[in-house]
Design a protein around this ligand. Structure first.
Ligand code: ADP
Ligand code: CA
Length: 424
């Protein structure tokens, strides 16, 4: 039974410091029950909007966790379930199905969690797609050499660009496939569906700039809530760099990005909720879908961008919908009121992290909205290709795109990290 007082289960939030979704729940009067995996640490108490915590073996034993969840949901007053965590998308879809509350079909969840099958579905729907191939044996890669170079290698079901690498030659391809394969076995395999064997996707490199569209799907169809610039990572690794909202909604480029994003979301069969659509341009400037996350992006970054830019709470829409509650009709395009942005502090080093230099000036800047740092002094960052992680995010709000660009240039010049060598 769903009623207006039911709480929403939020599954395995990656980082409690990314609190935008908690704050959005509190503002909307939605009560959250945080489900956390039994192998991960309990979230701190006192988070906004959070009324309870529930430890379940979501990653360790998904079937047992589902049974326990469905058996205990009634006594806990749960009326829906949602996640922002890429690795928990399939579990959450299955939990909603068993609970009888709104969610994407588990088969769609499985599709969006497998980069090879996602590519196949986008190609079948007639969308522009780089040539691509699947590898399930790192010792036999003859099939991918014929794709031409440069190529991008990625784990079948990764996230956050971890293990995604560029190869410019046959030699690099051999070496990097071994590297990414080992990284996948070590860091990712525990999150893979028991039925999915590990594997890699290898695909043609798209040389153009990167963009993102934040979509919300309801009974009326796919709504593009925001389009943003995502910089121009060019390998060999593809760390995230910046996110700046686009205000030029009528420009040819933004219109083409909106169209490509909508077509991608429809092609994958995402029937509700948020869809975080990453795109890149080819040499001719045409947009291609890189991948689609069936969730609010960046553990809530996407909510910040949409809400600060348009005044619409993306997280509230998603939470209400997951609870089976009505949401207001949305216009075709949301006017941009302010230009919201996120700057991912670049590593620019490795070894022992000693601290940030210039952070006081950043905190005092009038356009800075929030600073979140994830590294403490003493934190060790391994040399690439290991995933070094992100030192922190700088969220900001600006009157124009040009102001956002110059703020990010100012951050490039103002902020740096201090490192100490730890090589033997
Ligand atoms: P993840 O799920 O780990 O984020 P993605 O498929 O989104 O994996 O790839 C991560 C990043 O790698 C992208 O944001 C993009 O910068 C780069 N990338 C991925 N595929 C391509 C491609 N075909 N051409 C160019 N860059 C790519
Ligand atoms: Ca991605």
């Amino acid at each position: 039974m769903i009623d207006g007082d039911a709480a929403l289960a939020l599954v395995c939030h990656r980082n409690h410091r990314m609190s935008f979704v908690f704050e959005a729940a509190q503002t909307a009067g939605i009560r959250l029950m945080l489900i956390y995996d039994s192998s991960e640490s309990e979230p701190p108490h006192g988070l906004p909007g959070v009324v309870g915590y529930w430890r379940l073996p979501v990653f360790e034993d998904p079937d047992a966790a589902l049974k326990e969840f469905v058996d205990g949901a009634g006594t806990r007053g749960l009326g829906g379930v949602m996640t922002l965590r890429e690795e928990a998308i399939i579990w959450t879809a299955e939990a909603a199905r068993r609970l009888g509350t709104p969610g994407i079909p588990p088969a769609v969840a499985a599709l969006v969690r497998n980069k090879y099958r996602m590519r196949q579905a986008l190609a079948q729907a007639g969308l522009r797609t780089p040539t691509f191939a699947h590898i399930n044996d790192p010792g036999d890669i003859s099939s991918v050499e014929s794709l031409g170079f440069p190529l991008v290698i990625k784990p079948l079901a990764g996230w956050g660009s971890a293990g995604v690498m560029l190869a410019r030659s046959v030699e690099e391809l051999h070496e990097r496939i071994r590297t990414v394969w080992a990284m996948q076995e070590r860091d990712l395999s525990r999150f893979y569906e028991k039925t999915d064997t590990p594997g890699l996707v290898v695909e043609q490199y798209l040389p153009g700039k990167e963009f993102v569209a934040e979509c919300f799907v309801d009974g009326d169809g796919v709504h593009v809530m925001a389009v943003g610039d995502k910089g121009h990572p060019q390998g060999p690794w593809f760390e995230e760099t910046i996110y700046r909202l686009r205000e030029d909604l009528d420009s040819v480029q933004v219109m083409a990005l909106r169209e490509a994003a909508c077509a991608g979301v429809k092609a994958l069969g995402i029937t509700m909720g948020a869809a975080h659509v990453e795109m890149r341009l080819d040499a001719e400037g045409l947009p291609y879908v890189i991948e689609i996350g069936a969730r609010i992006g960046g553990s809530g970054v996407s909510h910040f961008i949409v809400e600060q830019g348009t005044g619409i709470s993306l997280a509230e829409l998603c939470m209400l919908q997951a609870l089976g509650l009505p949401t207001s009709p949305l216009p075709d395009a949301l006017p941009v009121r302010k230009v919201s942005a996120n700057y991912i502090i670049p590593l620019r080093g490795e070894g022992r992290f000693c601290g940030f230099i210039g952070m006081d000036a950043v905190r005092q800047h009038p356009e800075t909205a929030r600073v979140l740092t994830f590294f403490e002094p003493g934190h060790i960052v391994p040399p690439p290709p290991a995933f070094g992680g992100y030192p922190g995010f700088i969220f900001s709000v600006h009157p124009t795109q040009a102001a956002a660009r110059s703020y990010h240039r100012w951050l490039d010049d103002t902020l740096c990290n201090e490192w100490e060598d730890v090589s033997p």
